[in-house]
Design a protein around this ligand. Structure first.
Ligand SMILES: Nc1ncnc2c1ncn2[C@@H]1O[C@H](COP(=O)(O)OP(=O)(O)OP(=O)(O)O)[C@@H](O)[C@H]1O
Length: 260
């Protein structure tokens, strides 16, 4: 279970300037009041436009930097207080997949297993199981350099799942994937959500409506760093009084623009 409560984060960005001139500083309010509650055995989508604050939120959940304010916990463990303990309960697929190019897919996966404290045989057996789940047996013993985008994503996802975490966090996982790879990923996520797949708590960010409609049990709409609405797709349609989800999203995420 993942709980994010009223989280805030601002950055100082440098604007303008030049080779010999300092630019001005500008405060960017990347996240300014975002909350999310993701339960086990459910897929929760963080849906927002470009720059809405999704990646920043997921990076704080992954303990990469702390929030300025607010509460982030995984299975009751506060990420800020015990990041390693919280991370051990999460499998994270970030926006950069960062595979070791000289290692095979199997070695990339097993190496992460070893870092998670698994012995070599267990890590290797787990790589085989995940290769079957993600339909990547054909590339398991190929070196990662030269992998396609879809092959890189599958390897990175298998690596994130090697320690069989109860919580799975994915940042825009279908970015750059073709229709078959996207469908395969959806299938894998549905299985991981099911009781046979471990009833995982799955959180992913996206700006793609179709993905949310097809996968999510719960959607949190993020706009300008804030969570502005949450619920199932039918609940959000009802809340917005719209028949199409895209129209509901625009109405809930950008009410001023719609009214103008
Ligand atoms: N390190 C940083 N320094 C300055 N500004 C940042 C930094 N990281 C993020 N931002 C800004 O914070 C805002 C939110 O960015 P974020 O990457 O979280 O959005 P997002 O919803 O993931 O967008 P996208 O869908 O385009 O990836 C943006 O305006 C971004 O420019």
């Amino acid at each position: 279970m993942i709980e994010i409560r009223d989280v805030h984060k601002q950055f100082v960005a440098h604007t303008g300037g030049g080779l010999f001139k300092r630019g001005a500083k500008r405060v960017v309010h990347a996240v300014q009041g975002l909350s999310l509650q993701a339960a086990d055995g459910r897929i929760t989508g963080l849906l927002g436009a470009n720059g809405a604050g999704k990646t920043t939120t997921l990076r704080m959940l992954a303990g990469l930097f702390p929030p300025d304010a607010g509460h982030i916990a995984c299975d009751g463990i506060v990420v800020r207080d015990a990041p390693l303990k919280a991370l051990a309960r999460m499998g994270i697929l970030g926006d950069a997949h960062g595979l070791y190019p000289r290692l095979s897919a199997r070695e990339n996966i097993a190496y992460y297993g070893r870092l998670q404290g698994m012995d070599a045989d267990t890590a290797n057996a787990r790589a085989e199981t995940l290769a079957r789940l993600l339909d990547m047996q054909a590339i398991l013993d190929r070196r990662a350099d030269g992998f396609s985008q879809g092959e890189r994503m599958k390897t990175a996802l298998a690596r994130a799942l090697v320690h069989d975490p109860a919580n799975i966090v994915l940042d825009e996982p279908t970015n750059g994937l073709d229709v078959l790879a996207t469908r395969a990923l959806r299938e894998a996520l549905r299985w991981l959500r099911s009781p046979e797949g471990g009833a995982k708590c799955i959180v992913f960010s996206t700006h793609i409506m179709q993905e949310v409609e097809q996968l999510c049990d719960e959607v949190v709409i993020v706009s300008h760093g804030r969570s502005v609405a949450c619920g199932s797709v039918p609940e959000l349609l009802e809340l917005a009084g719209e028949a199409r989800f895209e129209d509901a999203f625009v109405k809930l995420a950008f009410p001023q623009e719609v009214a103008a």
